[in-house]
Design a protein around this ligand. Structure first.
Ligand code: SF4
Ligand code: MSK
Length: 647
């Protein structure tokens, strides 16, 4: 596979050329070495849940049609899928739990250095939890909120508080279906129990619990993470930043943060500005200290501080290969196991910081939550000391401007003004047809498909059809790199209606809403669109759709399932490990539409994903009676070739 076919990003292509002959290789080389990958696994037909197995089902019908225990293809595929939901929900929710701990710490140990940045949001979120506010001290309200949020993880009965933010019709539907989450941990544990050997052997019933666990993620763990992070570190508002490997300055000491949780990176932002450390960096010949991010930690510090992003998931190794990363600091999730060996071939100091995510042979600087600044300073000092050891530095030139930070509140203010913030203008523009609908395009990168290509082509086609796109995670980074997340992109790529709205408000046609846990912001935005009125009584009636075009993580599956269970058509690119069971596939892609009003779709081709989403949005418009005949802008081969040439 040549470098061009591996990535649509010229900076990544350039780095792939640079590392071509290096023994360490990259994720693409390892993906190639894995070919052909296990067909049973691809189809969801392999089971290793107990040690009578591993078992596999013959998809052609000639070999075994059930495992040693008698589990069928339907049950095996459903159990595998449900366990991905459980793992994804656990990851997001454990993040949420840590943020709730940080909020408690902010109150109980002010010396730790965390404070309450957004008091208005504290009061609002406290009210969702039924916590008295009035004239009470901020610290007391925050303490109560932190404790109430922590209690949401261990609750055994009842309903998660944030589930009540869903439109009443949706909440009622969940109640009828028996999927309103109780406690976050309870739903994940029960799902793991039910997918053990010899427990739940009905795919539909397994997925009922999978929905409950997924909803516990989206409307529980992830939403707690997002909301409490905003309270602690500030609610994002539109902010300008830069993105791509070119942000790594050759002259500064560069610290790259990678992972997901902002509790340390927030301190690194301050440590990188510390006068003493800046002086130390200068004494080693650097012009200063630069901070940049990879993956979702990058998104977190971009949306709050405008800190540049060096790249998305598939670029983590390429960043090290520039030779300009003096320290890479990682916490949890999406950190490639190859980094340890890779960094040994460069001067880069790799530092793990989470007790939950250590790497064999890699330096561990435990994150001290009671004194996070000293951890942050130690890491920056480590980077400064490794700066003089730099070898050859080859940083691609590419950088791109990005406007990020479109939280639910920011969208509110932007559209309705600071004092009468509201989604009314958004709904009005959807009803009058300037904006056809809203699409969430999110998720990872995957070497099974050309890096960034599917994200970019899909999003361009959506905005050309006047569909406002909201993004998070590595998908947002992919589109930011090719210039879609700036206001000027509207005139260049968007349809006339969307362009008019964007130019009036001064916003990009593609809104960056944050990290993976911030998909919960999209849930809140959808609920708000319903509440404002004119677009039906439930999320499933809205002209909206979602996609994860280059997904790879179990977290993406949890996200997909909570969007589906919230009533949204959700299209996954690459593939889905369920196709070995036609019955289970039908449950996900057809039957769910009947029960939840949202369902999965599986489609690797960006153009076909776009067609599926646009047609869905159009059908919803027709149902709402707001459809004026307008042809879909069909991207013919010529236009698609032009797209390819541009990216
Ligand atoms: Fe095989 Fe059943 Fe054990 Fe799975 S649970 S490995 S299908 S025997
Ligand atoms: S970081 S989960 S690769 S989006 Fe959230 Fe990116 Fe996917 Fe990790």
């Amino acid at each position: 596979m040549n470098e061009k076919a591996r990535s649509a990003d010229p900076a990544a292509q350039r780095m792939l050329d640079v590392v071509k002959d290096r023994p360490a290789g990259t994720v693409w080389d390892r993906a190639a070495a894995q070919q052909p990958q296990c067909g049973y696994g691809e189809l969801g037909l392999c089971c290793r849940i107990c040690y009578m197995g591993p078992c596999r089902i013959d998809p052609f019908g000639d070999g075994p049609q059930c495992g040693v225990c008698g589990a069928t293809a339907d049950v095996i595929a459903a159990r595998n899928f449900a366990r991905m939901v459980a793992a994804g929900a656990a990851a997001h929710s454990d993040h949420g739990r840590d943020v709730a701990h940080a909020l408690l710490l902010a109150v109980e140990n002010p010396k730790a250095g965390y404070g309450i940045k957004d008091t208005a949001k504290l009061l609002k979120v406290a009210s969702h939890f039924g916590i008295a506010t009035g004239t009470r001290a901020v610290q007391d309200i925050a303490r109560d909120l932190a404790k109430a949020a922590l209690a949401e993880f261990g609750a055994q009965e009842g309903e998660l508080k944030f589930a009540h933010r869903a439109p009443p019709a949706r909440l009622e539907l969940w109640r009828r279906l028996g999927v309103v989450p109780r406690g976050v941990d309870r739903e994940v544990v029960e799902l793991m129990h039910r997918t053990n050997i010899g427990v739940d052997q009905d795919a539909e019933n397994i997925m009922r619990q999978a929905s409950r666990a997924a909803l516990a993620d989206g409307w529980g763990g992830s939403m707690i993470a997002t909301e409490l992070q905003d309270i602690l570190f500030g609610t994002p508002a539109p902010i300008r930043g830069k993105v791509n490997l070119g942000v790594l300055s050759k002259d500064t000491v560069n610290v790259v943060v990678h992972g997901h949780e902002p509790v340390l990176s927030e301190m690194l932002v301050l440590a990188a500005r510390d006068k003493e450390l800046v002086e130390l960096a200068k004494s080693k010949g650097a012009s200063g200290i630069g901070l940049a991010g990879i993956c979702c930690t990058a998104n977190e510090i971009l949306i709050r501080h405008g800190i540049p992003i060096a790249g998305n998931f598939l670029q983590q190794e390429l960043a090290v290969a520039t030779g300009a990363v003096d320290a890479m600091v990682v916490d949890v999730q999406c950190i490639m196991g190859s980094l340890g060996e890779l960094c040994k071939g460069y001067h880069t100091a790799l530092v793990t910081t989470s007790a939950k995510a250590r790497m064999d042979g890699v330096r561990y600087v435990p994150f001290d939550e009671h004194d996070p600044m000293s951890t942050a300073k130690e890491i920056v000092r480590t980077a400064i000391l490794s700066f003089p050891n730099r070898g050859r530095v080859e940083v691609p030139d590419e950088t791109m401007d990005v406007i990020a930070g479109f939280s639910h509140e920011a969208i509110n203010y932007m559209l309705g003004g600071r004092f009468r913030g509201s989604y009314v203008p958004l709904n009005d523009n959807i009803i009058n047809g300037r904006i056809k609908g809203v699409a969430g395009v999110v998720g990872c990168g995957n070497p099974k498909v050309e890096h960034d290509r599917v994200h970019i082509e899909l999003v361009k086609e959506l905005i050309a059809n006047d569909i406002l796109v909201v993004q998070t995670g590595c998908s947002a980074i992919a589109c930011a790199k090719c210039g879609l997340l700036v206001p000027e992109a509207a005139a260049q790529y968007a349809g006339p209606g969307l362009t008019e709205v964007c130019e009036t408000v001064g916003m990009p046609p593609v809104l960056h809403s944050g990290s993976c846990v911030d998909n919960s912001r999209i849930l809140i935005a959808l609920s708000e669109m319903v509440r404002v009125g004119g677009l039906g009584k439930d999320i499933s009636e809205l002209p909206v759709a979602g996609a994860a075009p280059e997904w790879m993580s179990e977290k993406a599956i949890a996200i997909g399932q909570y969007f589906v269970a919230s009533g949204v058509l959700t299209v996954f690119g690459v593939g889905l490990p369920v196709l070995g069971s036609p019955k289970f596939t039908k449950l996900l892609t057809e039957d769910f539409a009947g029960s939840y009003g949202g369902c999965w779709a599986i489609e690797p081709d960006p153009h076909k994903i776009a067609v599926r989403m646009i047609d869905h949005i159009q059908a919803k418009r027709e149902k709402l009676g707001i459809s004026k005949a307008k042809e879909r802008v069909l991207f013919d081969m010529e236009m698609r070739r032009e797209l390819k040439a541009e990216t």
